[in-house]
Ligand binder design. Sequence first.
Ligand code: 2HG
Ligand code: ZN
Length: 469
Amino acid sequence: MNAAPTPITDILGSEGVLTDAADIEPYLTDHRGLYRGRALTVALPRSVDQVSRLLAWCNENRIGVVPHAGNTSYCGGATPDESGRQVVLSLKRLNQVRGIDPLNYSLIAEAGCILADVQRAADEAERLFPLSLGSEGTCQIGGNLSTNAGGTSVLRYGMMRDLVLGLEVVLADGRILSTLSSLRKDNTGYDVKALFMGAEGTLGVITAAALKLFSKVRSTATAFVAVPGVPAAVELLSVLREASGDRISSFELIPRIGIDLTTQHIPGVRDPLKQKYEWHVLCEVTSSRASENLSELLTEALAEAFESGRVLDAVVAQNDRERAALWKLRETIPEAQRLDGASLKHDISLPITSLAQFVATAGEWLRVNVPEGRLVAYGHVGDGNLHFNLNQAAGTSRERFLGRDAEIKRVIHDMVRESGGSFSAEHGIGRLKVAELERYASPVELDLMRSVKHAFDPNGILNPGKVLR
Ligand code: 2HG
Ligand code: ZN
């Protein structure tokens, strides 16, 4: 780590540049520990103007800039390379909610806001900001926007991209693009702002966003349901969507091994059901009406599904404590996977109609061909997104298991493509999946992406080597 070049300190002031090695350390590795980089400096601007001047200087001097938000990414998108020539740019000091307009159901938040703080601000204004992720207490809005984050309520409310009305972005040359309007209708040519979402900081640095709000949730019913298999889970979703008037907000698939791993590794997690089953669904119905008896509605719909053989057993949470316990089981599966040992992850999505067949075929391939791994397939089945992960099986070699990563990934991702799915549903591309994007995107699509990159960042200073290379 070198001392920050003087112009950077001139732009940001000494408090806007980290110098202590211990302070810099967290910015050099990713959440999963896949990458470790070096940095020229870590920049902490406190205004959009400072971001603009910093980027203009980096652009003139051909210095790479790596935007870094809550560092909860799974693909190494926020980690600098090993050259020590890149500036890590954190917007954590741009963390104000600039305004809330409850009548317009909108809010303007700066990129460094923690997601949970935005949810809270909306709640205090009797509104809902619906993006919901396991990492919501740490991740930042800028990262959510740049990676087009998903999570557990996409089924009802969409991904981050769907929740945006306008953006403020600093371009590679320091110009500021402001489309921070909170309009719902604005057909004025190309939707330029849409390009920055999912671009992972390779086209510009998002500094603020106008976000959509919804009516605050005042009634909730949550159930943990054992189902005979994945086909029944998919059918149950449409049954419950109809029965609830399309008010299912979450529908998460949880396999037996998800319960085994969490009860083993996470204190306080218990199997909610008395008997052991292979497949489960955690589903939630919500309404903005306080007087709704959603528990009764859900219980009745599940009883009917039991009669038709789509449900084997179920428990409906009786209070907030029980509801929180069910969510804890689901949300700690990744942590339980980590505590259990080595894992291989595939963040895939499929047309929901092909999902059950995919789990059967790919699951069988793994069972026969990968004795070193145990399938841990869980996730947001309501929107077709599965975390088709593997954990190392007991008594096998860690090196051999991890050494098969590329081969297994190829088979799984090829199967995903054959089923009409995506090899990156909600975790993005980052550095990890650049080669996958090259393999699975069509030449036309790749060509267009490269043209866009060149138009927005001709000197290639923005998050170099991420998404495209
Ligand atoms: C989740 O849904 C996250 O819990 C993490 O997207 C998934 O660890 C994973 O593979
Ligand atoms: Zn997920």
